[in-house]
Design a protein around this ligand. Sequence first.
Ligand SMILES: NC(=O)c1ccc[n+]([C@@H]2O[C@H](COP(=O)([O-])OP(=O)(O)OC[C@H]3O[C@@H](n4cnc5c(N)ncnc54)[C@H](O)[C@@H]3O)[C@@H](O)[C@H]2O)c1
Length: 287
Amino acid sequence: MGKLDGKVAFITGAGRGQGRSHAVKLASEGAGIIAVDICEDIPTVNYEMASAEDLAQTVKEVEAVGGSIVAVKADVRIKEQVRAALDQGLARFGQVDIVCANAGILPMNDRTLIEGFIDGMDVDFVGAHNTVAVVAPHLRSGASIIITGSCAGLMKNTTEAMGRTGGVGYSFAKRLIFQYVETLALQLAPHNIRLNAVHPTNVNTRLLQNDDIYRSFRPDLVAEGKTPTREDAEAAFPGMQPMPIPYLETSDVSALVTFLASEDSRYMTGQNLLLDAGSMLKGERAI
Ligand SMILES: NC(=O)c1ccc[n+]([C@@H]2O[C@H](COP(=O)([O-])OP(=O)(O)OC[C@H]3O[C@@H](n4cnc5c(N)ncnc54)[C@H](O)[C@@H]3O)[C@@H](O)[C@H]2O)c1
């Protein structure tokens, strides 16, 4: 008996990282999985997106825990693609009960004026809204929506201080999620449908492990004209959290997502939950 037996979860950004981890964990609790990922690079992002092979690996890992999964390539910026992906999942499972709007980017390559800001907003905020908008008509009493925000996004002087418009777009999108959850949860509550956000501190995924982030954690080396390495950044990562860790692992986030998806949290809604090892106690809140 799993906590999510008979339920179906729609998860965006499921090709790797947190999204894959959520897919495997929710499947291990009995949920059927509809997994979506762009499987294509975004030019304003300096690190690669998940590939079709990555999404296929998610399928393997879900099946390895005995789960059922439909995996579809779709871009959350484009509502029609999200709808087409959902339709494929509905054709297989006939229902959807859990939504993880998790896809996200940190776009630090402005090729044209404010292009990073636009992509950050389009994926990190509009993408989450598109996901909610497309799934909403299919949700029934007992459904749970979980949006992935960001603790760094809710703090001052983190991504928006990285010197590119995409960092500002990232923070702004995550701050909008905070208000989105509080606003929309009230509309959903009478239907017994819940909406919450999880705001993690740094998580050990590609969004963290890349040169843009290494530079932001080691401005001292950048000032010396050096290119910070992962090893250099690892030395600085623990400075973010009062608890003695460099970052969360994806399983830490999946544990909270599973709780929010399950009946264990059946009267929790409209919450912006910090999963941050104390980061927000230390940093300055922007919201
Ligand atoms: N890693 C961190 O430190 C951290 C901290 C706080 C919040 N977050 C948030 O966690 C979420 C998951 O990121 P992650 O840490 O697993 O990083 P990740 O880069 O490993 O995963 C993000 C996934 O989203 C997919 N994706 C990107 N744009 C997409 C689009 N337009 N349509 C569909 N899929 C798309 C990518 O291909 C990738 O598989 C994001 O919303 C991110 O902002 C990450």
